[in-house]
Design a protein around this ligand. Structure first.
Ligand SMILES: [Mg+2]
Length: 368
């Protein structure tokens, strides 16, 4: 096989509702689709940074620049055609995990399609439906939060996750428990609290939460360890679980009891699987979060979430949950709280040329 062509397509799709967390709000979803062609087969990847510095320093513009100026020329120079060879190129290049994830995951799709296998099989996962959880951003007032949960819970989602920040935590949680009883419930603070909030955060133990995701800033593993030592509720690291080394430190320091693995944040599927394996060996369960990505990235997350140590519902939701339209066919749908991966090879979804054409804002083709 020979690396024949790489196509980058920047798409921007309106969100059906603005997505607000403790450090920002967006109303459109940007995604950079990466199409890698070799041996007459195409593999698709997605780099999925949010506009603005939302979860990280990566933006659509910075990711586009890094892919076009560094990573794609390096992939052609190395004549990369496999997952192993692209990972060697990316390890040498360093830099943006989002850009890296876009290119690396396209090679996984390519390699699995060339082998006639679904991606989950290439990863070591299984053909099982993936449980899906509902994620709700910070809303303007509690009635809007309750209405959103009510609307989507009817579709059967397996748990509810709400975003919290100082001033928006015990109030909404009390209302949710009162209205919906003992539904599986968790919260995500995206690092919005500080060590000085320990006594307040301990109040959250009263709500029987599955976990509290990233209460403290990403680098504060010691603060998380001290907080976990005085809380019943499991803490989960998301932003803080940025690579294998950070995860090993967190396990050693007892900073958390659960790890959230995001393909984008850790720079691709090989890194994500390595973190899964480290956690499995340490007896620490993991689950699969999202940015949320468009359909290509979401599909990869579904395949990854079939690995055996993924123990909680994923954040992957129906395509129609957030986006006016999605870049894949068929769309992702949740049935009875679960998502079934269609039969097929690679990521098992096909890019929707109609949707990609409609929402394309830039495209560039690279050849050797
Ligand atoms: Mg999170």
């Amino acid at each position: 096989m020979k690396l024949e062509r790489i196509t980058l397509t920047h798409v921007r799709i309106p969100l059906l509702e603005p997505f607000r967390i403790s450090n920002g709000e967006v109303s459109e979803k940007d995604g950079i689709l990466v199409r890698v062609e070799a041996g007459g087969i195409a593999g698709m990847g997605e780099a999925s940074p949010m506009a603005g510095t939302f979860y990280s320093d990566d933006t659509p513009a910075s990711v586009w620049k890094f892919l076009t100026e560094r990573l794609i020329p390096a992939a052609f120079a190395a004549k990369a055609v496999s997952v192993a060879s692209i990972n060697r190129v990316l390890d040498r290049a360093g830099g943006s995990p989002f850009a890296r994830a876009g290119l690396e995951t396209a090679f996984w799709d390519l390699e699995a399609r060339a082998a006639g296998k679904p991606l989950y099989e290439a990863l070591g996962g299984y053909n099982v439906p993936v449980e899906s959880g509902l994620a709700v951003g910070i809303t303007k007032g509690i009635p809007a939060l309750i209405a959103t949960i009510e609307k989507y819970l009817a579709e059967g989602y397996k748990r509810v996750k709400i975003k919290i920040e100082p001033g928006w935590d015990v109030g909404p949680l009390g209302e949710i428990r009162q209205r919906f009883g003992d539904i599986p419930l968790m919260v995500d603070a995206n690092g919005a609290y500080g060590r000085e909030d320990s006594a307040h955060l301990r109040l959250l133990d009263a709500f029987g939460l599955m976990m509290i995701e990233q209460p403290l800033p990403r680098s504060d593993l010691k603060g998380h360890a001290d907080l976990q030592a005085v809380m019943r509720t499991p803490l989960c690291l998301d932003e803080g679980a940025e690579d294998s080394a950070a995860v090993r430190r967190a396990i050693r320091m007892k900073s958390c009891r659960i790890i959230n693995i995001k393909i984008q944040r850790v720079g691709g599927l090989a890194n994500a699987r390595a973190i899964h394996d480290i956690c499995a060996k340490a007896g620490m369960p993991v689950w699969a979060g999202t940015m949320p990505e468009l359909g290509i990235g979401a599909a990869q997350t579904l395949h990854m979430a079939t690995l055996p140590n993924f123990a909680y519902p994923t954040d992957v939701e129906s395509s129609a949950r957030w986006f006016l339209d999605d870049v894949i066919e068929p769309l992702i749908t949740v049935q009875g709280g679960k998502i079934s991966i269609p039969a097929g090879t690679g990521n098992c979804y096909e890019p929707s040329e109609r949707t990609i054409g409609r929402f394309r804002v830039a495209e560039r083709v690279f050849t050797p």
